[in-house]
Design a protein around this ligand. Structure first.
Ligand code: DX5
Ligand code: ZN
Length: 224
């Protein structure tokens, strides 16, 4: 069984108090901090929302040693590698939909900057699309299966995506498989049973009266 990593999505935090919000989550038992990097509200870009960039990661890094699990919902991930590496990002997860033949270069570059490469897929993207990235000399080390359309926190979990998780888990028993979107006490059991071990949770953690209880429940479900 793969180790559980519980990653509160800082998208649901009070951005004006990011350092203390991060510290609060770590005290509550978070393993990772999930940082959603989005590239803007224009049609031509990846998602219709603009969140944070490398300067914010750099500022946060000065306040914590935590694993910063960066999820890049951007059209040109390659453009962000150097700046995020310098800023102190830990994981760099890009979307398969925007990578063409350049993923090998991208993965190499991510590793050379000391970050851990991951690949994400949107709900409409077939799981087979990530297979090539899991083979060869420089494979990605995590697959993020989106369980909502990327862009915003607080959306409804899509249970149909568990087929992708199951398929990946059967094929890759030792892979880190992350699920992102709508995870919380009512949806964790299906995700864990399908084989997800890295759990992103924004609104269910930040909106809870006792976030520590939610974090511990998510972990228990993955570990059982
Ligand atoms: C959505 C982001 C998620 C989001 C999850 O595009 O990738 O990380 O913050 O938020 P919840 O857990 O509220 O669905
Ligand atoms: Zn995310």
């Amino acid at each position: 069984i793969m180790e559980a990593k519980i990653a509160p999505s800082m998208l649901s935090s009070d951005f004006a108090n990011l350092a203390s919000e991060a510290q609060r989550m770590l005290t509550f038992g978070a393993d990772w901090l999930h940082m959603d990097i989005m590239d803007g509200c224009v049609q031509a870009h990846f998602v219709p929302n603009l969140t944070i960039g490398a300067p914010v990661i750099e500022s946060l890094r000065k306040h914590t040693k935590a694993y910063l699990d960066c999820h890049l919902m951007v059209t040109n991930p390659l453009d962000y590698v150097d700046q995020l590496g310098k800023a102190g990002a830990s994981g760099f997860t890009f979307h398969v939909e925007v990578t063409k033949d350049n993923w090998q270069e991208l993965v190499k570059r991510i590793k050379s900057k000391g970050m851990r490469p991951g690949v994400a897929l949107k709900p409409g993207t077939p799981v087979e699309d990530v297979y090539p990235l899991l083979e060869g000399v420089d494979p990605v080390e995590m697959v993020l299966v989106m369980t909502v359309e990327p862009g915003f926190g607080g959306q409804k979990f899509m249970p149909d995506m568990m087929n992708k998780v199951r398929t990946l888990r059967e094929k890759y028993p030792k892979l880190d498989i992350e699920v992102d979107g709508g995870l919380g006490p009512s949806t964790i059991d299906v995700a864990a049973a399908a084989g997800a071990n890295c759990i992103v949770a924004g609104s269910s953690v930040f909106g809870a009266p006792e976030p520590a209880q939610v974090i511990s429940l998510l972990r228990t479900s993955v570990n059982k």
